[in-house]
Design a protein around this ligand. Sequence first.
Ligand SMILES: Cc1ncc(COP(=O)(O)O)c(C=O)c1O
Length: 399
Amino acid sequence: MSGFDIVYERRQSNSVKWDTLQDVYNVNDTSDLLAMWIADMDFPPPPAVMEALTRRMQHPIFGYSTIPNTLKSAVVQWYERRHHWQIDQDTILFRQSVISAIADVVATMTAKGDCVAISTPVYPPFFQIPHNLERALIRCPLVERNGHYIMDFDALRLAFDKAKLFILCNPHNPAGIVWNRQDLERLVELAIEFNVTILSDEIHADILLDGESYTPLLTVARADEANIIACISPTKTFNIAGIQASMMVVPNKATFNQLKSYGFAHGQVEYNTFAIAAVEAAYSSGEQWLDEFLSYISKNADYVIAQLTKIPGIQIQKPQATYLLWIDYRQTGLCEEEIMQQLLDHNLALDPGTKYGEHGNGFLRMNIATPFSIVKEAVSRFEQAMNQTIEPLTSPSNM
Ligand SMILES: Cc1ncc(COP(=O)(O)O)c(C=O)c1O
């Protein structure tokens, strides 16, 4: 048995994933509802992280903390080793979350009324934050071909003519794509031509399945001529989102200074005591754990795909990255409300595709970073929920 097979009861641990189901899904009795939605894992972090936190707890003083150089070196070495990206540690700005970094970038790189371009379906804060900050949104939907998504460069060209900022998700949540170098280079060329800043959210960079690799946007040709801010983070990789930590890599000096000053002016803080201990331990000693985790979720993905695609009308492409399955149910003839209700009736909570923008209609997002026994139960509930649709309307007993 693998450590990833252990089921931890997360209810009543102030978990967003397990303790907010009633409000999010509007279900009264959530005691048996399986939470396969928001992107965190039901696994403890690497043992080295637990040890570092325990060690830190043993020192009973929790005053203001500073980020040591050893943490910065651990980050730099991780990216160099795993992604062949040489980050200059002096270009890193530390933030508590990628969401707050996105908000800072939108606030500093654009003004009220400016256009921000995004490619939907995509992680909801990409459109919610610019909207809340009164920026105009230009959506350049990804183009879907036989279950694969590609960027629409014609739409992007038109959008870049008006936009000040483009927010990229690489690897992509929810579709699980790692963008290839060629496409990223085209994107950077467009950004240079139209003077558009790119925020590249690379939080899912480490969750690569079956030996895939990802291309950090800042490593592509001519990236140094563009204004690029890359957001990176250990929180998805090592399941420490509740501890909160992220980084912005900002090689453009003027942009770096602007973001740094904005952070000061708006009371942004860096890491808390526990984040410092956890992040350094994760990047220094979490590699073996991560490799084991990746092979575990790859098997989870294979199982779910093999089982669910037997259901008429269900298609799933194995993601290249992320622990999220993007389930295509368009051929079932069900609308989103119907399929969500049927799944909830069978105690299964997934994310509805339209949460990621209207272009997510016809899809569901399923989080499979959970022990195999839960995955198996979820598959069985999904099958039963769909049987409800497939069964003839008049059963013999009604005749
Ligand atoms: C693409 C993307 N960016 C950012 C986040 C959230 O990051 P943080 O918890 O650091 O705000 C998520 C979480 O799911 C995500 O998928």
